[in-house]
Design a protein around this ligand. Sequence first.
Ligand code: FAD
Length: 386
Amino acid sequence: MVIVGLGPAGLSLLYFLKKFKFNGSVLGIEAKREVGLNKHCAGLVSSSFIKLMWPITKKTIINRLSSFTVTTLTTSKKVYVNLLEEAYVIDRIAYERILFENVSNFNDYLFKQQAIDIVGNTANLSSKNRVRAKIFVIAEGYVHRLRRKILGEKKGERKIYGIQEDIIAKPYDKTSFSVIFTDTFAKGFFGWAIPLDERKVRVGIGGSKVSIGMLRAFEKQLVKRRIISEPIKHGEPYGGVILTSPPERLDHKGKVIFIGDSGFHVKPITGGGLFIHTLFSRSLARSITATDNLDDIGFLNRYYGETAVFRRKLRLQGLIAKILHELNEEEKTKIINDISGEEYYLRNYDFHEKDILLLLTKLQIVKSVMKHSHSIIAAFLRRMAQ
Ligand SMILES: Cc1cc2nc3c(=O)[nH]c(=O)nc-3n(C[C@H](O)[C@H](O)[C@H](O)COP(=O)(O)OP(=O)(O)OC[C@H]3O[C@@H](n4cnc5c(N)ncnc54)[C@H](O)[C@@H]3O)c2cc1C
């Protein structure tokens, strides 16, 4: 078996193959010279992810967060949401390195080699070498080079760009992160401020057009809003593509299977991928390990059976994301003004569609959604028409 791409998705598949005692031979191929060089993530994860990947996650926790606030830049009001199970910020690079340490003796690896194409049971590499395998798992991330070659463009694919930096500034509350809707700096998505400790905050914006200049201007607004103190030092900006489409019904063509960002295994509202792709990797590893014949792709039935419930949840979340990200700042401001009066509680920070449906049981929110239903329906229709 060949796994292309050793980001968290490819590595988590290796981790579960080892855990479930897969006894076939596996070759991991990675374009970079080592794992952990991709820095594009905010590292915000749920308690379920921490538990699922424990003890790997043990040494990667940077901060624990027990609440978050949601606001826009045009209102002074905020919605306060308490998390009954904490969210965590992890050191994503350390996470990948520790995962790799865990699996490095179990498989063979080729670094600084890029898979260019897969034809039949052969992968062509950038070094002009070829490797043959019974199964190829593509975990190439959001670049989708092999995905486009093999599956073509995904219909209605939605993505935005995210840029962030770690700044030396004091967060007003070290245990709470902020989600800020703003059409000026993060149209079609949101900005975020995630405390890393008492004097460091990860600030980012996502949208169809983002830049360092916009990020710095957004930070000034956070200072004005007393979300962070005046930055003492800026960091080195980093980021990448954030996918906001749910996975499709199938993740494979022939003997090639797509996981992680290359399989759209993300939460469409936030683009968070770590927990979701780990659930998919675990199921795939379980299905692969259970078969005694990798030539027969029938082992994927179990994988699709196990992941059907996640796909349904993520598709529902995709629908909510379409509406939410299409509402403009003025419309979001009205809703936030309406519902900011009381505190809300969520179990944890995983499947946001469940959280949102739970919030809809609150009378104040139902009233606000009804009041603004024309904007919500209009946003949905606008999105569908695109
Ligand atoms: C700005 C930003 C913030 C984010 N914040 C969060 C967050 O807070 N929480 C969260 O859960 N998720 C977050 N995400 C999403 C998360 O980072 C992704 O879902 C996750 O990185 C996907 O992992 P992956 O292994 O599929 O892809 P990647 O991490 O992109 O890894 C792909 C790997 O494949 C290699 N590769 C690519 N092509 C080839 C090839 N042809 N041959 C060989 N190797 C190849 C690459 O070098 C890379 O190592 C964020 C994303 C962005 C952009």
